[in-house]
Design a protein around this ligand. Structure first.
Ligand SMILES: [Zn+2]
Length: 344
């Protein structure tokens, strides 16, 4: 298979940031995807439907002429989110979900939920209105090893949560372990997961062997190869519980190549080609369209896209760097490396 035409994909997990960042991030994402879930971890976070609508307007100002991009918005769950905000999400035409970050789990998550049991009264509303809860699934206790944080979250937070709210619609974002993949497989249809390109293509050796490579550092952190293998298997299995979410997250080069470097990989400009590379390695290119273009829309109850894109088996070299701020570039995921697929 050398030419692959798919319905235009959507990205169900992306970080666009705000202000000047949007000049880079919005065109990069809009060039590939029709819709994107725009994560709300700004400073300050996007906490209400009204703030989400205003953020969407700022994003729309940077969509290049002639491109049809439809940002889907998400609220940031805090300890103080009022229960009646959930009905407002349900009634909104642009907000689709709410994102829960355990406090301190990742970039700009200080305002996250300190203990999920404190917000069960709001989660009750999510279940009732069938509004998806998007989860960063890691515990944050300092005594828990960074490589075990996702597994501990499944056992200590998610299992009791789903026992309490069996009909809750939920996306476990950017899963990184075989444990999470199996957990999702064991649940009903209302529980799904997104998978990033970096967790399909790389493992912790790529980040740590032969010198530390900060541009592979993201959260949840890359795990061992056996987990990567399971993620590849479930992503390419055709099971609609697993769909595309890049978690593309821009950080300037100086913030990544730093004694205390930021977490996040910037994959937006090459995302669909990177996924094609992973599916091709598994001999499962025929399963890419479901993962990239069908299952996420179906889960969110949105129409599938109608336009198509075409990928061709033609080598391309990922840029060494991209302009970000006047004096600070951004280094994309897999910079300077050659991949086998190009977007026509
Ligand atoms: Zn994210």
């Amino acid at each position: 298979m050398d030419i692959l035409t798919l319905l235009q994909p959507d990205d169900w997990h992306a970080h666009l940031r705000d202000g000047d960042s949007l000049k880079r991030t919005v065109p990069d994402l809009a060039k590939q995807f029709h819709r994107a879930i725009c994560m709300p971890n700004l400073v300050p976070p996007v906490k209400t439907v009204e703030e989400a609508v205003a953020y969407r307007e700022r994003i729309m100002q940077h969509v290049p002429e002639g491109i049809d991009f439809d940002p889907r918005m998400v609220l940031y769950f805090t300890d103080h989110t009022p229960s009646d905000e959930i009905k407002k999400i349900k009634d909104s035409s642009v907000v689709n979900a709410i994102k829960l970050y355990p406090a301190g789990a990742t970039t700009n998550s200080d305002n996250g939920v300190s203990d999920i049991r404190k917000v069960y009264h709001v989660i009750e509303q999510l279940e009732e209105h069938q509004v998806p809860l998007l989860l960063h699934g890691e515990v944050t206790h300092s005594h828990v090893d960074i490589f075990d944080r996702e597994k501990r979250f499944l056992d200590e937070v998610l299992t009791p949560l789903l026992r309490q709210f069996p009909q809750l619609k939920l996306v476990l974002e950017h899963i990184t372990t075989a444990d999470a993949a199996h957990f999702v497989l064991e649940q009903g249809r209302q529980v799904a997961a997104t998978i990033t390109p970096q967790h399909l293509l790389f493992n912790r050796n790529d980040m740590l062997v032969g010198g530390i490579k900060p541009h592979f550092y993201c959260l949840p952190i890359l795990k061992r190869q056996s987990h990567q293998t399971t993620l590849l298997e479930v992503a390419t299995s055709g099971n609609p519980k697993f769909f595309l979410g890049t978690d593309s997250a821009p950080h300037a080069q100086s913030k990544k190549e730093n004694a205390c470097g930021c977490a996040g990989c910037y994959s937006a400009p090459y995302a669909i080609e990177l996924y094609a590379q992973a599916f091709d390695q598994m001999g499962k290119l025929d399963k890419l369209e479901g993962f990239a273009s069908h299952f996420g829309a179906d889960f969110y109850g949105l129409e599938r896209n109608s336009k198509t894109i075409t990928l061709v088996r033609k080598e391309q070299t990922i840029a060494e760097r991209l302009t970000y701020f006047p004096n600070d570039d951004i280094i994309p995921l897999f910079a300077g490396q050659t991949i086998n697929w190009s977007l026509q």
